[in-house]
Design a binder for this molecule. Structure first.
Ligand code: UD1
Ligand code: CA
Length: 456
């Protein structure tokens, strides 16, 4: 195939979103819509990708800074045809694919079929169309009696009869370079919106003797353009259904999948079970044979095989194999949990390593710590890591046992195999194999109750 240059239109205002953020940065499956479109352009083998930016261009440029795209700036949003024309200096020949930044659901399969249609038919220009039961808002494809492509009429410019047409323009088009450039030069803005429509380029190419065709996509939902929040939610739901289907076919069990939310870059191993109310975000990787949920909220985490997580929130952390998290645990960023560890109810862990086989079963805060293997932190242990200015480290070495309701005032170390008596406030290191006890001795005042009653 000749060189393929993809132009992605992402300069529009997106008025109907009623948002201060540019429309194409609104997310589907946790990823900006325009990024889905860039992925698609890559998947079908684009040699170059040009992104047309305009409205809030710096925000879009920043969001796409690490993407392999060139930018062309459309200072004024004068229409989709005008948007393509600002890329002309970057187009050096070959085939031009125009994609819309607000159409995130198109699949590589459909786009590849469209590319093949264009090549096999030796077209000068081709449109990807679809048949929609509810075509309101879309440009309509007008065909001759013999079925040949005639023109596209925008909804706003269409009369009753044209509005009755159900074949619509997706906005996605393919062009040979020369016919496109000639057509862009000939566009006018003589229409209801006073815009330079890309759609008029097809009619122009046909009128000067070019070959123009329209390829009807099999699944109209792929073509959906997101113009408002209702469409955003619909597109997100379709994306979720597809993604969950993919993971189910890879061997993941989902209970009540409609209650589960998974973002685009998440990975999940086989024989893992996702329970209702599970949310998996960012670059989260879940291993095989895990049980996640109900009610798990996991973002940017690496979870190894055989882990259980219930009713818990995990952020930017790692959990090694066969560990159990929750119910009601909170792993904050940079927590690293070893193998076969138990992090139980109302335990908060932050920036702390927990060695293999250790147990933190209830009501504990472990922040900025390093916990060895087979350590037991009793109920209500607090790593007192912050003096109001600085943070300090708490070390609890292998096989140590910290009794309930103890404060470990950092910086402090509890040595290997040492014990801390319940209710202690530990301010100095506890040596290996020692018992650290730091509380007042108990005094019992005998017969006190009777005396107290008499006084009353
Ligand atoms: C467009 C098509 C319509 C099609 C529909 C499919 C035209 C004239 N109309 O209408 O036939 O059925 O998409 O969803 O092409 N953009 C720019 N610069 C501009 C204007 C728009 O970059 O000056 C970008 C937008 O950011 C958006 C895309 O082009 O990503 C489409 O623009 P939009 O205004 O949403 O077009 P529609 O009215 O939906
Ligand atoms: Ca649109």
């Amino acid at each position: 195939m000749e060189k393929l240059t993809t132009v992605i239109l992402a300069a529009g205002f997106g008025k109907r979103m009623k948002s201060k953020f540019p429309k194409v940065l609104h997310k589907i499956g946790g990823k900006p819509m325009v990024q889905h479109v860039i992925r698609l352009a890559q998947t079908v083998g684009s040699d170059e990708i040009i992104c047309v930016i305009g409205h809030e261009k710096e925000k879009v440029r920043q969001a796409l800074a690490s993407e392999p795209v060139m930018f062309a700036v459309q200072e004024q949003q004068l229409g989709t045809g005008h948007a393509v024309s600002v890329t002309e200096h970057l187009i050096t020949g070959g085939t031009i694919l125009v994609l819309f930044g607000d159409a995130p659901l198109l699949t590589p399969e459909t786009l590849t079929s469209f590319l093949r249609f264009f090549e096999d038919g030796a077209y000068d220009a081709a449109i990807l169309s679809a048949v929609m039961d509810e075509p309101t808002g879309y440009g309509r494809i007008v065909r001759s009696e013999s079925g040949a492509f005639m023109r596209i009429v925008e909804h706003k410019d269409a009369d009753e009869a044209t509005r009755a047409i159900t074949e619509i323009n997706s906005g996605i088009g393919l062009f040979k370079t020369q016919p496109l450039k000639a057509a862009l030069g000939a566009l006018t803005n003589d229409n209801k919106q006073s815009e330079y429509y890309l759609t008029d380029a097809f009619e122009h190419i046909k009128n000067v003797g070019g070959k123009v065709g329209a390829f009807i996509a099999a699944h109209a939902e792929e073509i959906m353009g997101v113009n408002d929040r209702v469409a955003l939610a619909e597109a997100d739901a379709i994306f979720q259904q597809r993604l969950k289907k993919k993971w189910m076919l890879e061997g993941v069990t989902m209970r009540l999948p409609e209650t589960i939310y998974i973002e685009a870059d998440v990975e999940i191993g086989p024989d893992t079970i996702l329970h209702p109310g599970t949310v998996l975000k960012g670059k989260t990787v879940i291993g095989a044979e895990c049980e996640i949920g109900p009610g798990a909220d996991i973002e940017d985490c690496q979870i190894a095989d055989g882990v259980k997580v219930t009713h818990s929130t995990l952020i930017r952390s790692e959990v090694d194999s066969d560990s159990k998290i929750g119910p009601y645990a909170y792993l904050r960023p940079d927590s690293r949990i070893g193998k076969s560890v138990k992090i139980g109810d109302f335990v908060e862990v932050k920036n702390t390593y927990v060695g293999d086989g250790s147990k933190i079963s209830h009501l504990t805060y472990a922040g900025d710590g390093e916990i060895g293997k087979n350590v037991n932190l009793g109920c209500g242990v607090v790593f007192v890591n912050y003096d109001g200015t600085n943070k300090y480290k708490t070390i609890v070495e292998d096989d140590a046992f910290v009794g309930c309701n103890s404060n470990l005032i950092a910086p402090v170390t509890v040595g290997r195999g040492a014990y801390v008596a319940a209710g202690s406030t530990i301010t100095e290191d506890v040596p290996e194999e020692a018992l650290g006890i730091a509380r007042q001795r108990q005094v019992n005042k005998t017969g006190w109750t009777g005396k107290y009653a008499k006084k009353k």
